[in-house]
Ligand binder design. Structure first.
Ligand SMILES: C[S@@+](CC[C@H](N)C(=O)[O-])C[C@H]1O[C@@H](n2cnc3c(N)ncnc32)[C@H](O)[C@@H]1O
Length: 398
C-alpha cells in the first residue's frame, strides 16, 4: 500500500456520544443499504458533480461512519481523524449532517450513538503549526505512524479495495478530485441546467451582444460569412453572429442546450442562419462540416481531460480553411483554485497544440476577468484568469 503524503495540519475528528445507551454495531451491509436520495440530489446540485460520483462518495461516507462506530464499540480512546486528503468525504458528511433529523435517526438506528463531527479548533491548528516549526521531523514521523495505523485499520476493517480508494493514487476522496469531477463534466445533462438558467440571451431592446469580446473584435475587422462554434449552447455568441447575417454551425454535447438554442433562434428570427448539432467533440468529425472563416471554441477546452485536448484542437484545425481564424478561450493555469495545475491551460500548452497543427498565434495571452464566472468551481472567486488565443494557419512554406 502506497502512502500519500499528508498535509501537516490535523484534520477533523469524529467523536461519539453514547451516554444514554450503550452503542451497538450494525453490519456494514446494513449501513450501506441506507439510502438518502434527497442528500444525493442536494450534493449534485451544490457541487455540480455527476450523480454517480455523489453516490460513490456517500457509500464511502457510510463506511467511514460505520468505522467510527466500530472504533467506538471496540472502546478505542482516540477518535478517528479525517485527513485533509479525505476532503470530499468530509463534504459529503457535512451535507448529510445538514439533514439533521435524518442524520440523528441514522446514527441512532444503526449505531445507538451519535457520531459527532468535530472540526479542529484554530487554537489546536496554531499549536500544531508551532510544533511543526519547532520539530518538523518529529511531527512528521508521528503523523506518519498515526496515518499508518489508520491505513492498517481501514484495510483490516474495510478491506484492501476500500483502502486503495481512500489512500490510493487516484485520491477519489480528496477535495481536488471533487472539484475536478465538477469541472470536467462532459455529459449533456449536466450543462442543461446551466444553459437554461442563462435565458433569455437578449436584452430588453431585443438586441443580442456577443458574450466573447474576442469574437466581436474579429467580426468587426474580418469578412466572416460562415462560422463554427464548438460548445456553443451556453453563450449568446452564436445568436449574435446569426443576427449579423453570419451563418453558424453550432456543435454541443448537450441536446437540451441545442434545443434551447433552436427555440431562442426562432424567437429571434435567426433560425435559418443557425444549424445546431448535438455532438461530443471527442467523437465528432468536424472536417465533414466543411470550411469556416471563423471557428470558436470558448470556455470549453479545459472541460476536457488534458490528454483529450490536443485531439480537439486537431479537429478544430481540420475544420479550418486556408484563411480561417480560430478563437479559443479557456480557464488558465494561472489560478490554483482548482487545486489541480493540469486543469487550467497554459499559454505554452495552447500555443504548442496549435503549432503542431501549423497554426500561429495572432494573440495568445492570459487576462484577468474580475467578475465571478458561472463555471463550477470558479464561483467562489471574485475573478479568474482566462487564456485567450486567436490563431491563423501558417502561410505555405511559413
Ligand atoms: C462552460 S460552457 C462554455 C459555453 C460558451 N462557449 C462560453 O464561452 O461560455 C461549455 C459548453 O461546452 C459544452 N460541452 C462540454 N463538453 C463538451 C464536449 N465534449 N463536446 C461538445 N460540447 C461540449 C457544454 O454543453 C456547454 O455548452
Amino acid at each position: 500500500m502506497q502512502l500519500v503524503e499528508t498535509a501537516a495540519v490535523r484534520g477533523q475528528t469524529a467523536t461519539t456520544d453514547h451516554q444514554k445507551h450503550p452503542p451497538h454495531g450494525s453490519t456494514l451491509e446494513e449501513v450501506l443499504s441506507y439510502q438518502h436520495p434527497d442528500l444525493i440530489a442536494r450534493f449534485v446540485e451544490e457541487h455540480h458533480v455527476p450523480e454517480s460520483y455523489a453516490q460513490e462518495l456517500f457509500v464511502e461516507t457510510k463506511k467511514w461512519l460505520w468505522l467510527c462506530n466500530a472504533n467506538s464499540v471496540e472502546g478505542a480512546r482516540a477518535p478517528l481523524i479525517i485527513y485533509p486528503f479525505m476532503g470530499a468525504l468530509d463534504e459529503m458528511w457535512h451535507s448529510f449532517i445538514l439533514f439533521s433529523k435524518d442524520y440523528a435517526t441514522f446514527c441512532d438506528d444503526f449505531f445507538g450513538e451519535f457520531i459527532h463531527h468535530s472540526p479542529t479548533p484554530p487554537r489546536e491548528k496554531a499549536q500544531h503549526r508551532d510544533r511543526l516549526a519547532a520539530d518538523e521531523e518529529g511531527l512528521r514521523e508521528e503523523t506518519h505512524s498515526q496515518l499508518l495505523r489508520f491505513v492498517n485499520y481501514v484495510e483490516h476493517k474495510l478491506g484492501q479495495d476500500t483502502a486503495t480508494r481512500w489512500f490510493g493514487p487516484e485520491e477519489r476522496l480528496s477535495s481536488p478530485f471533487l472539484r475536478r469531477s465538477a469541472v470536467r463534466q462532459n455529459n449533456g445533462e449536466f450543462w442543461e441546467d446551466r444553459i437554461t438558467e442563462r435565458l433569455p440571451y437578449w436584452n430588453d431592446s431585443g438586441s443580442i451582444q456577443c458574450d466573447t469580446p474576442l469574437i466581436s473584435e474579429v467580426i468587426a475587422r474580418e469578412h466572416v460569412r460562415r462560422s463554427l462554434i464548438v460548445g456553443f449552447a451556453n453563450f449568446a455568441d452564436s445568436l449574435a453572429l446569426a443576427a449579423q447575417g453570419i451563418k453558424v454551425v453550432g456543435v454541443d454535447v448537450s441536446a437540451a442546450g441545442v434545443e434551447t438554442y433552436r427555440r431562442a433562434a426562432h424567437a429571434l428570427s435567426v433560425a435559418p442562419k443557425i444549424l445546431g448539432i448535438v455532438s461530443d467533440i471527442r467523437h465528432a468529425d468536424l472536417s465533414e462540416l466543411g470550411d469556416f472563416d471563423l471557428i470558436a471554441c470558448t470556455m470549453m477546452l479545459h472541460v476536457l481531460e488534458p490528454a483529450e485536448r490536443a485531439d480537439a484542437v486537431r479537429k478544430l484545425a481540420a475544420a479550418a480553411g486556408e484563411s480561417s481564424i480560430i478563437i479559443v478561450t479557456a480557464l488558465s493555469d494561472k489560478d490554483d483554485y482548482l487545486n489541480d495545475p493540469s486543469q487550467g491551460i497554459s499559454v505554452e500548452e495552447l500555443g504548442a497544440m496549435f503549432e503542431r497543427e501549423h497554426f500561429r498565434p495572432e494573440i495568445l495571452d492570459t487576462h484577468y476577468v474580475a467578475a465571478p464566472h458561472s463555471h463550477p468551481g470558479g464561483a467562489q472567486h471574485a475573478g479568474h484568469h482566462v487564456i485567450r488565443g486567436i490563431f491563423r494557419k501558417n502561410q505555405k512554406g511559413g
